[in-house]
Design a protein around this ligand. Structure first.
Ligand SMILES: *Cc1c(COP(=O)(O)O)cnc(C)c1O
Length: 345
């Protein structure tokens, strides 16, 4: 039985072209700034995002935390939505590393409005922590792969500029958002002071993320990366795969989105609650409550059929389409879902 792994797009394995590029990569010691392949990746990524500089980092979490460390001072507060990766999945790192607390906004589908953010910005008051940063997640993981519109991003940028506040975009899946919405990643980055994106998710590189911003910001982030032990030596081996990811992989993401929508429609026909029209990218979050089955139970039953998923909460189960899921595997996953639910009913 081949396993159909819908847990995350992080499970994607490097392509043959990536392996080849890794094998051939020219390398040097990147902590000394000597690795030509890392430099090439950083320049390519900065260019793509229309920012002056970029930094290759170990993980998306490290990229987000370097942004917080580099934008904020100890005691500052960062505005995030309550379901954001930064608030939910980064192990309390803003408090641990930067001494930054989070002001969490409750936003439908993870997409905050400028008005909600405006209401969360602190006045100058000795009792209150100063707002130091606004963080947006695009596409939004726990929101179900939802995306910011450019209009919304620009409204938020204008608000931030008006308050003299920096904006960071957690764009772990920014290429999914760009493909789904038909905008350029540089148009998103243009609405922010910094942006992080992952090479290791839908773009299928084995390891690594990119942080972009202006030169001075990236110099600070580079120093913080060293503080955290994230200075890598012959990292060109990894950067080579990242370059292939950026050059070859973004366009095919539309396929993952098509399959996610197909999965959502099939799940909805089976009685799982999901707004199939709202599925724009590669993430589907099903609500199992109508079936009277918890997400953990559904996950277990699917696992017995070789279908792997992620539990979001009591009744929410996430499935993610990606490079390693073709049409045939998707149809088998749908058939497995139908078999499990029909037996349940
Ligand atoms: C995966 C993810 C990250 C972090 O990436 P890691 O490489 O797993 O640390 C950050 N933000 C979002 C929205 C993510 O989905």
């Amino acid at each position: 039985m081949t396993v159909i792994d819908l847990r995350s797009d992080t499970v994607t394995r490097p392509t043959a072209a990536m392996r080849e590029a890794m094998y051939r990569a020219e390398v040097g010691d990147d902590v000394f700034g000597d690795d030509p392949t890392v430099r090439e990746l950083e320049e390519y990524a900065a260019d793509m995002c229309g920012k002056p500089a970029a930094l290759f980092v170990v993980s998306g979490t490290m990229g987000n935390q370097l942004a917080i460390l580099s934008h904020c001072r100890r005691g500052d507060e960062a505005i995030v939505d309550y379901n954001s990766h930064i608030a939910y999945y980064e192990a309390g790192a803003p408090a641990v590393l930067a001494g930054v607390s989070l002001r969490t906004v409750v936003a439908d589908d993870g997409i905050m409005t400028a008005r909600q953010i405006a209401a969360a910005i602190r006045p100058v008051d000795i009792h209150q922590p100063p707002t130091g940063l606004i963080c947006l997640e695009n596409s939004h993981n726990r929101g179900g792969g939802t995306c910011y519109s450019l209009t919304r991003l620009r409204q938020i940028r204008d608000l931030a500029v008006g308050h003299g506040l920096p904006v960071h975009i957690d764009g772990a899946r920014i290429f999914n958002a760009a493909v789904a919405r038909g905008y350029q990643v540089s148009e998103c980055a243009d609405c922010a002071d910094s942006m992080m994106f992952c090479l290791s998710k839908g773009l299928a590189a084995p390891v690594g993320s990119i942080l972009v911003g202006d030169r001075e910001f990236i110099a600070r982030a580079r120093r913080w990366r060293k503080v955290l032990g994230g200075g890598m030596r012959q990292a060109g081996v990894l950067a080579a795969a990242g370059l292939v990811a950026l050059r070859e992989m973004p366009e095919r993401l539309a396929e993952d989105h098509r399959r996610a929508r197909r999965l959502a429609e099939a799940g909805r026909e089976l009685g799982l609650q999901v707004d199939a029209e709202k599925i724009e990218t590669n993430i589907v979050v099903f609500d199992s409550q109508w079936w009277g089955i918890t997400a953990v139970e559904l996950q277990q039953k699917l696992k017995q059929r070789g279908i792997l998923t992620t539990v979001f909460d009591r009744y929410a189960l996430r499935m993610v389409t990606h490079y390693q899921i073709d049409d045939e595997m998707l149809e088998r996953a749908i058939a497995g879902l139908a078999a499990v639910l029909n037996r349940q009913g």
